[in-house]
Design a protein around this ligand. Structure first.
Ligand code: AMP
Length: 280
């Protein structure tokens, strides 16, 4: 496995892969890898000739300096994890490489980024669409793998690819959870044991939404009220949003009569976690 830190070296590698007419599967990550990332790597490994994994903590998608400064970093361990999954290349550039002095071009997206995390984290999705575009231009993947855990991100990336005519097949894979249901996240490492227990309210609230919907409750407000009360009862919680949105447009729905997503963003102490469940 090659570890590449320079864009020019990555481009040379991609050129020779394309020359061999091999397909590239790509998993972009911010590191602190866990089984959620591993599941993306395994699918990408199965479905492509070459597997490229990027590890890059992208500063432009952080709206909160403390979150960026405290984001767990473990590059050596991450490289071992990626190697175990038989990847061909780890692309781990530094910020001077990705955003050299004088950088001033950004990719922005309207509408899909006006709600949910986009509304509460100004600039976040501009950072995401910019870095994803740059990585796609450098790695030139045939298929790129994302997690349903970041539901809004996956919809934003699918639309980015469609609107800008990128010939990339975006795959969105299910959320990997701990045994008790908490969605795996690099930020879970920051929870102390009591907060870790409180964080379970997130999945409980999503299961409640799913069971209410299954028993024919279609009124989003009614479901959101129940979810809110579950999250409020847990210690150390502060809700950013609890939304039920159309699965494609991400607009709030009042009556669920099409595929929808119940999505939450909750602070547990000083750690902000997100999760979602599909209602259909
Ligand atoms: P991140 O390193 O947090 O930027 O995540 C990199 C990719 O892994 C994104 O596409 C995430 O949606 C995905 N991912 C993160 N957590 C999980 C999870 N628990 N299950 C599945 N995919 C995940």
């Amino acid at each position: 496995m090659e570890v590449i830190t320079k864009i020019s070296e990555m481009q040379t590698m991609v050129f020779s892969i394309k020359d061999r007419k091999e397909s590239i599967g790509f998993v972009p990550t911010m590191g602190a890898l866990h089984e959620g990332h591993v599941s993306l790597m395994r699918s990408a490994r199965d479905e492509n000739d070459e597997l490229v994994v990027s590890i890059y903590l992208n500063p432009t998608q952080f709206d909160n300096k403390e979150d960026f400064d405290n984001y767990p970093g473990q590059l050596d361990k991450d490289i071992e994890i990626v190697e175990r999954e038989n990847a061909d290349v780890v692309f781990a550039p530094c910020t001077d490489e990705m955003y050299p002095e004088g950088f001033c071009t950004y990719v922005t997206q309207d509408k899909l980024t006006d709600t949910m995390c986009g509304r509460l984290r100004p600039g976040h999705f501009n950072g995401v669409t910019t870095i994803v575009t740059k990585l796609f231009n450098i790695v030139k993947p045939d298929k790129a793998y994302f997690g349903q855990k970041d539901y809004q991100q996956s919809v934003v990336v699918e639309k980015l690819v469609a609107d800008l005519n990128m010939e990339i097949d975006v795959k969105v894979l299910p959320t990997v959870r701990d045994e008790d249901g908490l969605a795996l996240s690099s930020r879970n490492k920051r929870l102390n044991p009591e907060e870790r227990r409180s964080a379970l309210c997130i999945y409980s609230s999503l299961l409640k939404a799913k069971s209410m919907f299954a028993s024919n409750v279609k009124d989003a407000k009614e479901i959101i009220e129940e979810m809110t009360s579950i999250i409020k009862k847990a210690k150390h919680t502060r809700t950013d949003y609890i939304s039920i949105v159309n699965a494609h447009t991400l607009e709030d729905v009042s009556l669920i009569n099409e595929k929808a997503v119940a999505a939450v963003a909750v602070w547990i102490g000083n750690t902000r976690l997100i999760d979602n469940i599909i209602l259909e």
